[in-house]
Design a protein around this ligand. Structure first.
Ligand code: ADP
Ligand code: MG
Length: 480
């Protein structure tokens, strides 16, 4: 089957749950994991006579994200009712924005195979979440938990400008990084605080008209966004190649079968009978308010990476790894106050430290490592007291869990490197004597063998021989 003549067109809708304390229009808590139906005041339930009141924190958060994505911030806003019936929607309408999304346009730059591509946003708007239908608790009954109803959401809507599942993957990764960085959402897709619906269509390459789209829902990890899109593109191409036509549908992705299946056909556009919510006053954003929000924004990850490259001489790769996560970047920044060996600090952070955090599902704030302790560790390497491999595999794990002084750990575990030439000479001699054939080969010109000798000295000295002196002594003896 010739799939190369088709082009995929993808537009993503990402919902981010805002980390406010309370709901969008009332004081109910939005904490995750509470007893079902305990955060449900009459306002959440939409009882007659109740009056919603806008949580201004969610507006701040929306403007922060809008500025971070270079959107136009709309100054005259109102909330609209989007009317529909659904069991988890107690009011019978969702309060959303309609003709005036708070942020218009905007771009999210991503990197694809090293080159930058700008993903165009259509808008970012504020809306409230619905409750949750729980289908798997009882065999025949569905339960409704309305705790989530009324939770503030930001919806990021892209233009249909994404053309592969890899681009979609990078885009969602970037959005997650950004919302976490600015501190407006925890970005946890498994718990549903970040959700992604993928609109997918295909068309023949060169065609400019959009094909019929399908909306794929229920994708609960970034990896599954990629897999769901791939599965849907494959299904569409097979369908069209076999003479069929794509119909406009909402589909659901099943991880186990790696396929999508139809939830419902969308023959006509739903008529939600939008109108401005009469209980909520329109809100205007002044230029002064917008500039205050702007000045409260932290340096954004891409800008910080550029700064790190210039200020600390880091390469592109290291700088962007450090700027994947704000707490990591902050930790790096704090460590530079105690050590100027920026490359070594970076190596520790993006290498063994990140690995430890990933394996234990921890953030850098949750471990016992302090910036000055990491700087100490780098210092004892620079002073030749231990080497990087001993420091990262033997000392670091103890420093991380017990917050002990690195030098003390090295002493207690007898890991200190020696620069005592006599002792090192002993190891060097032993190695040279134990490998006479290799010595002959080396002397005949196979100079690359030096690495083997160094490795042997490292082994028998248990990593304690100062590699600089080892290399010096070995070269001296082998060349004489
Ligand atoms: P709807 O009214 O069905 O929600 P919108 O026009 O609001 O559709 O678009 C929702 C999302 O779908 C946007 O991200 C948009 O870029 C994307 N989209 C729209 N049309 C297509 C298409 N033909 N193929 C792929 N994505 C599309
Ligand atoms: Mg939509």
């Amino acid at each position: 089957m010739d799939t190369s003549k088709y082009e995929a067109v993808i537009g993503l809708e990402v919902h981010a749950q805002l980390q406010t304390n309370t709901k969008l229009f009332c004081g109910d808590s939005i904490a995750f994991g509470a007893e079902p139906n305990t955060h449900v005041s009459p306002i959440t339930l939409g009882h007659p006579g109740t009056l919603p009141k806008t949580n201004s924190k969610s507006i701040d958060f929306a403007v922060m994200l809008g500025l971070a994505c270079n959107c136009e911030i709309v100054s005259k806003n109102y909330f609209a009712r989007k009317n529909y019936f659904y069991p988890d929607l107690p009011k019978g309408y969702q309060i959303s924005q309609h003709t005036t999304p708070i942020c218009k346009g905007g771009v999210v730059p991503i990197k694809i195979d090293g080159t930058q591509k700008n993903i165009q946003l259509n808008r970012i708007h504020i809306e409230e979440d619905a409750g949750k239908s729980i289908h798997d608790l009882y065999e025949t009954d569905t339960c409704i938990d309305l705790n989530r109803a009324g939770t503030p959401l930001l919806e990021f809507v892209t233009e249909p400008c994404i053309h592969s599942s890899d681009e979609a993957f990078q885009y969602v990764t970037e959005i997650r990084k950004l919302v976490r960085w600015i501190g407006v959402c925890d970005g946890n897709m498994e718990e549903g605080s970040l959700r992604c619906d993928a609109n997918v269509s295909i068309r023949l390459k060169g065609e400019t008209k959009l094909g019929t789209k399908v909306e794929v829902k229920n994708v609960n990890s970034i990896r599954n966004v990629k897999r769901a899109i791939d599965a849907e593109i494959k299904r569409m191409i097979e369908l069209v190649e076999n003479g069929g036509a794509v119909v406009q549908q909402t589909r659901s992705y099943d991880v186990n079968t790696d396929t999508t299946s139809s939830i419902r056909d969308k023959e006509d556009a739903n008529d939600y009978r939008y109108f401005a919510d009469p209980d909520l006053t329109p809100f205007n954003l002044s230029q002064e308010y917008i500039s205050n929000i702007k000045s409260s924004l932290p340096t954004l990850p891409n800008d910080l990476a550029i700064q790190y490259k210039q200020e600390f001489g880091l390469n592109d790769y290291d700088a962007s790894l450090l700027c994947d996560d704000k707490s990591i970047a902050d930790f790096f920044n704090a460590t530079t106050k105690f050590s100027t060996n920026y490359k070594a600090i970076t190596n520790f952070i993006v290498g063994p430290i990140k690995q430890y955090l990933n394996e234990n599902n921890l953030s850098i704030d949750e471990i016992n490592l302090n910036p000055n302790t990491l700087a100490e560790l780098v210092k004892i390497i620079d002073e030749g007291k231990v080497n990087f491999s001993v420091a990262s595999t033997k000392i670091l794990p103890i420093v991380i869990t017990e917050n002990k002084n690195p030098l003390q750990v090295a002493e207690e575990l007898n890991l200190l490197q020696t620069n005592d030439s006599n002792e090192i000479e002993g190891w060097v001699n032993t190695v040279i004597e134990s490998m006479p054939e290799k010595v002959i080969e080396y002397r005949k010109g196979k100079k690359g063998l030096i690495g083997l000798f160094i490795g042997e000295v490292k082994k028998i000295s248990k990593g304690k021989a100062d590699p600089k002196i080892v290399t010096e002594l070995l070269t001296q003896k082998l060349n004489s």
